[in-house]
Design a protein around this ligand. Structure first.
Ligand SMILES: [Zn+2]
Length: 480
C-alpha cells in the first residue's frame, strides 16, 4: 500500500505595526484551496507546493493527500476568530483523511494572530499533538519567517527558500518532500536545531545576490557540507512583527544527532553585524542621483512595501518625483475609491482626481479587469493575479498611475505588460517593495534604487516601538 502524505498550511506574514487586522475574508478571497483545488492551482507552477507535488508524484510508493492551504496578502494581525476558524477547518479536514504516514506543511512562518503571538508554533503544535510523535512532519518556510522554538520542536525538518527575491520556491518544496521521502523509507532520521541570533538583518540588506547576504549564504552552504547536514536554512527574519521570535536565525537539520555547527554560524553574524544593518537613503538623498542613472530606474518604495503588509497607497514618491520634474514615470497605487471615480468617465476624459494627499488633473487612459497570469518563476510563486478593477491615468505632470481595487504586491512584470504598459516607455518605475520586485524588474530596469520612505514598513527598524522582541538585539542594542 502507498504511504500517504498529508499536505497543509496556513500562510501569512503578519505586520504587527499595522492597525488594520487581517480577517477571514482576506484568506477566503486570497487563497483558500481544499483537496484537489491545491493541485489544480499549483501543479506545474513555481510555488513550493509545485515542487512537493512533483517530488511525491515521482514516487510509486507514495501518495500526496492535499488537505487545506490558505494564504492572505501580508497585513495586520489576524483576527482571533479568523485564525481559530482556519485551524478548526484544517484539523477537521485532516481528520477526514487520517491515518497518514507523514505530513508536509507549508507555513510562511511569520504569522501572528490575536491571542496567538506564535501562530505558526501553535498550529504546528496542534498538528504534532494530533499526529503523534512517530509521524514525520517536514515542510517549507519563507526566509522571512520568525522561527520560534515551538515551530522547530513541532516539526522534524523545515527548509526555507534560499533566495530573496524568492525564485527557488519550487526547489525548496522538492527538498522538503525529499526529506519526507527519505525519512519514510528509513534512509534518514532528521533532527532539527534552531539557532536564534541576537540580531535582525535590516530589510534592504536581505537581497541574496548581493553582499552581505551573498557571502552569508555561501558560508552557510560551507557549514552544511562540513557538518554533513541534511539541510541548513538561513532565516533572514521579518522585522515588522513585535514577537519574541522576531529576528534572524538558522535552522539546522542533521541526520540522527545534533552537530556543533551552531557556534561558527553565531560568530560569523556577530563579527559582521554592522554590514547587516547597512546604510539607508531617503527620497531627498536619492533624487539628485537619478539623472545620471541609466533609465528606466526601478525605485523601491520600502516604507510602503505591500509584501511586508503595507497599504500600498503612499503617493510620497510620486509627489517627490513630480516636484523634481523627473519623468515620465509609472507607479501602481492601491486605491479602490480612485478606481470608482475613474469608472464614471470614459477613456480620454480629463477630471480632477485625489488619492491620499495627492491631487492632479487626470487623463483616463484605461479601465480594465485587473486579472493577469504569471507563468515564470517570480517571487511568491503566484500564478493567477487579481487586482480587481483597475484604472490607468496620466497625471497632469505626465506620469502614469495604475489604481487597483485589491492590494497587489509588485512581483510580476505582467502587472504592467498585460495592460500594454512597457517599462521602456518610462524614465522611472516605482514598485512598493524592497527586494521582491527585483525578480520582476531587473531584466528591464538597468538601475535599481532602494528608497527609505516613511511608512509601516520603513527600513529603519530602530524607529519602531517593540515591546516583546528579544533583548539585547542588534541594531537596537550595540552589545550583543
Ligand atoms: Zn519572504
Amino acid at each position: 500500500m502507498k504511504k500517504r502524505i498529508a499536505l497543509l498550511g496556513i500562510y501569512h506574514e503578519t505586520n504587527t505595526f499595522i492597525a488594520t487586522p487581517t480577517t477571514l475574508g482576506d484568506f477566503r478571497s486570497g487563497y483558500w484551496l481544499a483537496g484537489e483545488g491545491i493541485l489544480q492551482e499549483y501543479a506545474g507552477a513555481h510555488h513550493e507546493i509545485s515542487g512537493i507535488i512533483e517530488a511525491i508524484g515521482t514516487c510509486g510508493d507514495m501518495e500526496l493527500v492535499p488537505v487545506l492551504y490558505t494564504m492572505a496578502t501580508p497585513g495586520g494581525i489576524i483576527v482571533k476568530e479568523a485564525y481559530e476558524t482556519m485551524v478548526y477547518e484544517m484539523m477537521r479536514m485532516l481528520d477526514e483523511v487520517l491515518p497518514v504516514d507523514g505530513c508536509i506543511v507549508v507555513p510562511h512562518g511569520a504569522g501572528v494572530a490575536e491571542g496567538y503571538p506564535d501562530m505558526d508554533g501553535h498550529w504546528l503544535g496542534l498538528l504534532r499533538e494530533k499526529l503523534g510523535a512517530h509521524i514525520p512532519v517536514t515542510g517549507t518556510l519563507d526566509p522571512h519567517a520568525n522561527v520560534s522554538p515551538a515551530m522547530a520542536a513541532a516539526t522534524d525538518a523545515l527548509v526555507a527558500y534560499a533566495t530573496n527575491p524568492h525564485t527557488d520556491q519550487r526547489a525548496t518544496g522538492r527538498k522538503a518532500a525529499l526529506l519526507m521521502i527519505d525519512t519514510l523509507r528509513g534512509k534518514i532520521r532528521p533532527v532539527q536545531q534552531l539557532v536564534q541570533l541576537p540580531l535582525a538583518i535590516s530589510i534592504e540588506q536581505q537581497y541574496t545576490d548581493r553582499s552581505p547576504c551573498k557571502e552569508l549564504y555561501a558560508f552557510a552552504e560551507q557549514v552544511k557540507t562540513e557538518n554533513s547536514l541534511l539541510s541548513l536554512s538561513v532565516l533572514l527574519g521579518f522585522p515588522y512583527a513585535d514577537v519574541p521570535e522576531m529576528g534572524t536565525a538558522f535552522l539546522l537539520v542533521a541526520d540522527g544527532a545534533h552537530t556543533n555547527a551552531a557556534e561558527a554560524l553565531r560568530s560569523y553574524i556577530r563579527e559582521r553585524k554592522t554590514d547587516f544593518n547597512g546604510q539607508k537613503q531617503n527620497i531627498e538623498t536619492v533624487i539628485p542621483l537619478l539623472k545620471d542613472m541609466p533609465a528606466p530606474v526601478l525605485l523601491l518604495d520600502m516604507g510602503d512595501n505591500v509584501g511586508g503588509g503595507a497599504p500600498g497607497n503612499s503617493t510620497l514618491l510620486l509627489e517627490a518625483m513630480e516636484k523634481a520634474g523627473l519623468g515620465p514615470g509609472f507607479i501602481c497605487i492601491h486605491d479602490p475609491a480612485a478606481v470608482e471615480v475613474c469608472r464614471r468617465f470614459s477613456t480620454g476624459s480629463r477630471f480632477a482626481l485625489t488619492t491620499g494627499h495627492y491631487n492632479t488633473e487626470a487623463t483616463l487612459l484605461q479601465l480594465a479587469d485587473g486579472r493577469f497570469v504569471e507563468t515564470t518563476p517570480k517571487h511568491g510563486g503566484f500564478v493567477n493575479y487579481d487586482m480587481g478593477p483597475v484604472a490607468v491615468i496620466k497625471t497632469h505632470a505626465g506620469n502614469t498611475v495604475m489604481f487597483t481595487t485589491r492590494r497587489t504586491p509588485p512581483y510580476s512584470l505582467r502587472q504592467m505588460t498585460a495592460f500594454n504598459l512597457g517599462p521602456a516607455d518610462f524614465a522611472w518605475v516605482a514598485a512598493k517593495g524592497v527586494n521582491a520586485p527585483i525578480a520582476a524588474y531587473a531584466g528591464v530596469c538597468p538601475s535599481i534604487v532602494q528608497v527609505d520612505t516613511p511608512g509601516v514598513t520603513g527600513a529603519d527598524m530602530t524607529l519602531f516601538n517593540y515591546r516583546c522582541r528579544r533583548r539585547p538585539m542588534f541594531p537596537f542594542e550595540e552589545n550583543i
